[in-house]
Ligand binder design. Structure first.
Ligand SMILES: NC(=O)c1ccc[n+]([C@@H]2O[C@H](COP(=O)([O-])OP(=O)(O)OC[C@H]3O[C@@H](n4cnc5c(N)ncnc54)[C@H](OP(=O)(O)O)[C@@H]3O)[C@@H](O)[C@H]2O)c1
Length: 170
């Protein structure tokens, strides 16, 4: 059986933030990162997002096969599945759906869930040359976790210095 690939895709500031505040749109990320992101989403069976991220980007995301993480009750709404990971095991769900390629788009609680549950196979990070000084971390957890990754590739995306890093889990 083909192994499920679960890719976490994130743009981060130099100080490791995915947004300056919850509700911050992705107007600070480069065109090259957006092009890369869209190519990855096109190649994925489904896209996993938190409810806030889905609300911010509902129009473009609703065209895709979306799984929206929520702590509330689960439901399906015009192709979008609202999924509560406390009620259902995500890996069982993904196997039942026969997904082989999953893109995880954040935010913090969603990235952290996949990290903590050892479900992430790949991490694609674009470091944008900007500092926020405050904001939402890529991962945030109550407990100490140390997860090791291996750098597969690094690519300079543009002359401003946006860098795309591809890590795999060890
Ligand atoms: N730079 C990037 O690559 C990137 C990527 C994604 C998002 N963002 C930005 O990040 C911000 C949004 O991120 P955010 O962290 O505030 O919100 P978020 O993760 O998009 O949404 C938070 C909500 O999603 C649900 N959720 C998240 N993790 C969950 C879990 N493990 N279990 C159950 N439900 C879970 C909960 O919904 P309920 O309230 O329904 O329970 C929670 O209130 C926006 O500004 C967005 O633009 C940036």
């Amino acid at each position: 059986m083909k192994k499920i690939s679960i890719s976490l895709l994130a743009a981060v500031s130099i100080d490791g933030r995915i947004a300056a505040y919850s509700g911050h749109k992705s107007d600070w990320t480069s065109k090259e990162d957006k092009d890369f992101l869209h190519s990855m989403l096109d190649a994925s069976d489904c896209v996993v997002v938190g409810r806030n991220t889905y609300e911010i980007a509902r129009e473009p995301l609703s065209k895709r096969n979306c799984i929206v993480f929520t702590n509330m009750s689960e439901k399906s709404d015009r192709g979008t599945v609202y999924f509560n990971p406390a009620k259902q095991d995500f890996s069982v769900f993904a196997k039942e759906k026969k997904y082989t390629s999953i893109a995880v788009l954040g935010g913090t609680g969603v990235y952290t869930y996949f990290l903590e549950h050892d479900l992430c196979t790949d991490l694609w990070l674009t470091i944008e040359p900007v500092v926020f000084g405050t904001g939402l971390a890529l991962f945030e957890t109550e407990k100490f976790v140390m997860k090791h990754f291996h750098l597969q590739s690094s690519r300079l995306l543009n002359s401003n210095g946006s860098i795309l890093l591809h890590y795999t889990r060890l």
